[in-house]
Design a binder for this molecule. Structure first.
Ligand code: ATP
Ligand code: MG
Length: 256
């Protein structure tokens, strides 16, 4: 039975998609069966996994509206060796169209239940908003992974996300918990990064993942080739960090 994790932070550009794609590929390298769910109309995770978002026959959009099932809409990332439930701009419409549907927050949960046996991990790349799409991710998940940059404004907005997670836990999904904060785009030469990082550790204790993802240009270059960074340059510091994070997650689910 798959464990389902949302990679979420309503801040834009904090490394959600890079984390989802590279954790998926890192887990695949550790022989885990992975489904990446792209829940963002930007379709960046779809493209980063090597799938052309412009030529999708069906996508998560049809799945959420009940016009397709996950088994029919999923595609294979050959480069990453994981499956992808892809997204493109069409998904933006679902936000509006789902409002009038019954069970509108649980549509992703119900759809994923049918393929849960096929995977060890299902990773959901959330859009940068606390929207109905993100709510569908949170309702489907066992836990949330929150990527954060260690900068001055990092903690701003975190309380909104934490409060949303608490509300979802109380009202919609009692399984949901914060698995951890992941420090990403980390710059060891910056004193500020070090300071914010140790503040996070003091505040959140073991809710901060041990693995730290460094700022690494190879991770940023990889999407333009449609290859996860972990596969594009496996020896790079960024790739190594995401593989280590995969191992940390494999350990973590043993205690769940
Ligand atoms: P959005 O909120 O728009 O969905 P996001 O949170 O998914 O953004 P990403 O797209 O993963 O963020 O990353 C934002 C930018 O930072 C991208 O250009 C990405 O290549 C780059 N980036 C992410 N992580 C790293 C890293 N560890 N080192 C260098 N560049 C990175
Ligand atoms: Mg993204």
């Amino acid at each position: 039975m798959a464990k389902i994790f949302c990679v979420a932070n309503q801040k834009g550009g904090v490394g959600k998609t890079t984390t989802t794609v590279n954790l998926s590929a890192g887990l695949a390298k550790l022989d885990q069966r992975v489904l990446l769910v792209d829940l963002d109309p930007q379709g960046n995770a779809t493209m980063g996994a090597g799938i052309n978002k412009a030529s999708l026959e069906s996508s998560i959009y049809q799945v959420l509206l009940g016009e397709a099932d996950v088994a029919g809409a999923r595609l294979r990332s050959e480069a990453g060796r994981f499956d992808v439930l892809p997204a493109n701009r069409e998904l933006a419409g679902a936000e509006v169209e789902m409002v009038s549907l019954e069970n509108r927050e649980r549509r992703l949960k119900d759809a994923l239940a049918l393929v849960a046996e096929d995977y060890d991990f299902i990773l959901v790349d959330c859009p940068p908003a606390l929207s109905l799409l993100t709510l569908n991710g949170l309702c489907a998940a066992h836990g949330v992974i929150i990527p954060m940059q260690c900068e001055y404004y990092a903690l701003e907005g975190l309380s909104d996300l934490v409060n949303t997670i608490k509300k979802v836990h109380a009202n919609l999904n009692t399984d949901l918990r914060i698995i951890g904060l992941l420090r990403v785009m980390f710059d060891t030469r910056m004193t500020l990064s070090q300071q914010v990082s140790s503040q996070l550790e003091q505040h959140f204790g073991d809710k901060v993942f041990k693995t730290i993802i460094p700022r690494n240009v190879r991770l940023a270059e990889a999407p333009s080739y449609g290859i996860p960074g972990v596969v594009f340059d496996p020896s790079s510091k960024g790739a190594q960090a995401y593989i280590a994070f995969g191992a940390e997650m494999v350990e973590r689910i043993k205690t769940m």
